[in-house]
Unconditional design. Structure first.
Ligand SMILES: Cc1ncc(C[n+]2csc(CCOP(=O)(O)OP(=O)(O)O)c2C)c(N)n1
Ligand code: SF4
Lengths: 362, 250
């Protein structure tokens, strides 16, 4: 087994991305993701990679677009205000069927907000953010290890579906240190294979394909009938992703659960502590933690509901965003309660415990 | 039979979507001819902008990417950094390059990206129907400057070559025009020079074409050329601004 190292989430995910074959990274500094860009600046030149500090997040995501058009693994990262600037480029990347990985180390908003952990970008990440009918695959880690593991997963999913993938993290996971175990880095042979995996569509020297001088990277279809077909095709891809790629974790689900908690990312991490403490007191509370927040694991939630469960409690570090998806999953069968914290402030396990106890119907 | 003129290999056989008499067709052709002559086509990637030349990705027969409005230099940066073994050019209008994309062009030039930028200055937004551009001349009427461009209110036209010439990194900067056969011959040479430097990985090369938009200027093609000579050239003087291949050219 590989050795465990103590690392910040921001650095761990950067290291994991390099091991996954990412040799191109374009970004603009912003707290609380700066360790990520700094790690890339330091490490990419050592593996013959390319690091460019762009003039803005707008430029960075467009560099990603260009690099991705050549079929190479490419990544950018930012925090909330910078992610807003990337939305134009993300829409173009999605429209042009390009693979790319985008990391959002969320902070408090709206506007300039603050630099503390928050989950206020859930709607932006999962419901659009940029213009047009498109979907991002969105992965939500809740530990530093999972954050790192998701780099590999994100690149694989991006390449498999030719779709942008976002890792929706936050300032806590970015800044905290935890022991991490890394997968081995891609070998030279694996890198060569990766670099040619998209040769059927990407821009590359034409000697390899003497009769085909024209690869197009494009999201423009001026003829409505052609655009219609293009968007329908995108829709079919999103259906396939929805069918194949839902991921979630079930925690402490048992027949005597009266309350089911639903939380993602850092909120789920705190909820786990609350659930552990209650279990020691003899109270079993179950939790569903969506790992993909798009595609959303609706069925995983509806499947655990039964007659004994009185309520579903949603905990989020925002004013209530994912709760809309939980309500869709619960479909009116049970009341759905909400515990939120905003401003970049975390709830304590005690606050979650109190919310659960209030809703056990005893 | 001897062939003395034919479509360059670096252009597809699609019909251009440009208005009759528009200079976009000329600039496409001379770029394509230079790519052919320098045998760069197999390794060439171009970036099309948003503007009348938005379909340039269909017209140039090499690998092409269509960029968001103004972002071509950033897209080109990503392409060139990912494939340093290939060549990259962008083709951009004045709204694209000198308004919405000012940050991207200045920083790509300042980094000295090994790309060629072809800049079409027609003093107007062609595609969206004749609105004011950052290069619209003082007093010039457009649909969004119906009383004439008032430079005390909205500023003077931006001179892209002069602006980029304040940066140290660019290798080659020249302004040419497409307003007469002689000018077009000169432009052909300059485009080839820029692409030659591109092929030799010398650095950032920039060629501005003083162009026309007969449709939105409301002038016949030849009148448009005459108007541009009389009105644009005094403000946008032709010539070389930077050529690092010449001793003291910096
Ligand atoms: C973000 C964004 N803003 C605005 C537009 C609309 N738009 C399309 S072309 C254009 C102007 C292009 O003018 P220019 O770059 O001068 O090129 P020309 O059409 O004259 O060749 C504008 C404003 C757009 N497509 N995207
Ligand atoms: S609108 Fe102007 S720039 Fe556009 S194709 Fe017509 S003449 Fe050319």
């Amino acid at each position: 087994m590989a050795e465990k190292v103590l690392m910040k989430g921001n650095e761990a995910v950067a290291e994991a991305a390099i091991r996954a074959g990412c040799r191109l990274y374009f970004a603009y500094p912003i707290t609380p993701q700066s360790e990520l860009i700094e790690y890339m600046a330091k490490m990419l030149p050592k593996v013959d990679g390319t690091f460019v500090q762009a003039e803005s997040e707008v430029a960075a995501i467009n560099m990603v677009y260009g690099a991705s058009g050549t079929g190479r693994r490419v990544m950018t990262s930012s925090s909330s205000p910078g992610i807003s600037l990337k939305m134009e480029g993300i829409s173009y990347i999605a429209g042009a069927n390009l693979p790319a990985v985008i990391i959002n180390v969320q902070r408090g908003g709206p506007g300039l907000g603050d630099i503390q952990p928050a989950q206020g970008d859930y709607f932006q990440a999962t419901k659009g953010g940029g213009h047009g009918d498109y979907r991002l695959i969105v992965l939500a880690p809740s530990t530093v290890q999972e954050f790192a593991d998701m780099a590999d997963l994100a690149f694989d999913l991006a390449d498999k579906y030719r779709n942008p993938v976002m890792i929706l993290s936050d300032g806590l996971l970015g800044q905290m240190m935890e022991p991490v175990e890394f997968k081995p880095a891609k070998t030279k042979e694996e890198m060569e294979k990766l670099n040619k995996q998209h040769y059927d569509w990407c821009m590359h020297p034409n000697e390899d394909e003497p009769d085909h001088h024209h690869h197009e990277i494009n999201s423009l279809e001026i003829d409505p009938l052609i655009l219609e077909q293009h968007v329908i095709k995108l829709g079919k891809k999103y259906d396939k992703i929805t069918k194949n790629e839902q991921r979630h974790e079930e925690y402490n689900i048992s027949a005597d659960n009266k309350v089911i908690v639903v939380a993602f990312g850092t909120a789920a991490r705190i909820a786990k502590s609350a659930i552990d403490q209650l279990q020691e007191e003899g109270i079993n509370v179950g939790m569903i933690r969506p790992i993909t927040v798009w595609p959303y694991p609706y069925e995983a939630i509806s499947n655990v509901l039964n007659d004994k469960i009185k309520k579903v409690v949603v905990c989020e570090l925002n004013l209530g965003q994912m709760i809309e998806d939980v309500k869709l999953a619960v479909n009116g069968k049970l009341p759905v309660e909400f515990l939120g914290k905003v401003g970049g402030i975390l709830f304590t396990p005690d606050e979650i415990k109190a919310k659960i106890m209030d809703n056990r119907g005893e | 039979m001897e062939i003395i003129a034919q479509r360059p290999k670096s252009l597809t056989d699609l019909q251009f979507t440009y208005c009759p008499g528009c200079t976009h067709g000329i600039s496409h052709r001379i770029i394509a001819e230079a790519i052919d002559e320098l045998e760069m086509r197999n390794q060439m990637m171009g970036v099309a902008p948003v503007g009348c030349s938005v379909f340039a990705y269909k017209f140039f027969d090499c690998d092409m990417a269509e960029a968001a409005h103004g972002r071509a230099p950033a897209v080109a940066t990503g392409m060139k950094r990912a494939r340093p073994d290939m060549h990259v050019f962008t083709y951009q209008g004045d709204g694209d390059l000198a308004a919405i994309g000012t940050a991207e062009i200045i920083h790509a030039a300042n980094r000295g990206e090994h790309i060629s930028v072809f800049f079409v200055n027609n003093a107007i937004y062609g595609m969206t129907g004749g609105q004011m551009a950052p290069t619209t001349l003082p007093g010039m009427k457009t649909t969004t400057s119906p009383y004439g461009r008032d430079e005390t209110d909205i500023g003077y036209p931006i001179q892209a070559c002069e602006l980029l010439n304040s940066l140290r990194a660019p290798y080659f900067i020249e302004r040419v025009s497409l307003l007469s056969p002689q000018d077009i011959l000169k432009a052909t040479k300059i485009v080839k020079k820029a692409l030659q430097f591109n092929k030799e990985e010398r650095g950032f090369t920039f060629v501005e074409f003083v162009s026309t938009c007969p449709t939105n200027w409301g002038l016949a093609p030849l009148e448009a050329m005459k108007w541009a000579k009389e009105n644009m050239l005094p403000y946008f003087p032709l010539g070389n601004f930077r050529d690092k291949s010449i001793e003291g050219g910096e």
